[in-house]
Design a binder for this molecule. Structure first.
Ligand SMILES: NC(=O)c1ccc[n+]([C@@H]2O[C@H](COP(=O)([O-])OP(=O)(O)OC[C@H]3O[C@@H](n4cnc5c(N)ncnc54)[C@H](OP(=O)(O)O)[C@@H]3O)[C@@H](O)[C@H]2O)c1
Length: 198
């Protein structure tokens, strides 16, 4: 298998179309999920070739579990380790296994839904920690994510909240508070979780 079948052609065509709409090259392009197991390797090969052609600067994956990344890394016909794995991570969903594995391979974590989709804004521990620093629950969650070393992707449609969420570089959570936040893990996914699929 040369990894250049239907999955390769489909991913190449769709990415070319996206880049045309964008009107320029992409700094980072991700495979959104590990769905389509029979075509994962071919799709990754397509992104590798687009990167080698200079159309994409970096390529990465999203919602990949350790087993999915291993599949890419171990395939002799593939040569590029993902730059990034974008996965849901917040204090209620630590994903230590994925996080440690990615760190060991030099893969950056992009932490999506870092505010747990606002489902824990009134959590007592978060409120207490925020009070110590004069910060909101959202600011504590974003700061936690940054201190974990992640690229943090909070979302808000509210201009005031977007501004508030950016005010996280004038304080540092203590090691004790980081430990307390790490202990909140209840494996709470707020949406889908393809990381466990085959
Ligand atoms: N790769 C994937 O499969 C995947 C899956 C899900 C999400 N994502 C990405 O991750 C990013 C964020 O994820 P997300 O939107 O799911 O979750 P999120 O950032 O954890 O939470 C967004 C929610 O929090 C609220 N919020 C934001 N700031 C707040 C604040 N200061 N106080 C109170 N509430 C606040 C927002 O409401 P308001 O808008 O009203 O402020 C919104 O309801 C998005 O860019 C999304 O595209 C990726």
């Amino acid at each position: 298998m040369d990894c250049k079948g239907d999955g390769y052609r489909y991913a190449t065509e769709q990415t070319e179309k996206s880049l045309q709409r964008l009107g320029t090259y992409a700094d980072l392009y991700l495979m959104h999920s590990p769905h389509h197991p029979s075509q994962r390797l071919e799709m990754w090969r397509a992104l590798e070739d687009l990167k080698k052609a200079g159309k994409i600067r970096s390529i990465g994956v999203s919602n990949y579990g350790v087993q999915h990344i291993e599949e890419l890394i171990k395939c002799p016909r593939l040569s590029i380790v993902p730059a990034v794995n974008q996965v849901e991570i917040h204090p209620f969903l630590l994903r230590e296994e994925i996080s440690q594995y990615c760190a060991s391979k030099g893969i950056l974590i992009e932490a999506y839904s870092p505010l747990a989709k606002a489902e824990k804004m009134n959590d007592r521990t978060l409120l207490q920690i925020g009070k110590q620093y004069g910060k909101s629950t959202a600011q504590v969650m974003i700061r936690w994510s940054i201190q974990k070393g992640y690229i943090t992707l909070p979302k808000s449609e509210n201009p005031e909240r977007i501004h508030q969420n950016s005010l996280v570089f004038d304080f540092e959570l203590s090691p004790a508070d980081m430990k307390t936040l790490n202990s909140l893990d209840i494996h709470m996914t707020t949406g889908w979780d393809p990381t466990t699929m085959k």
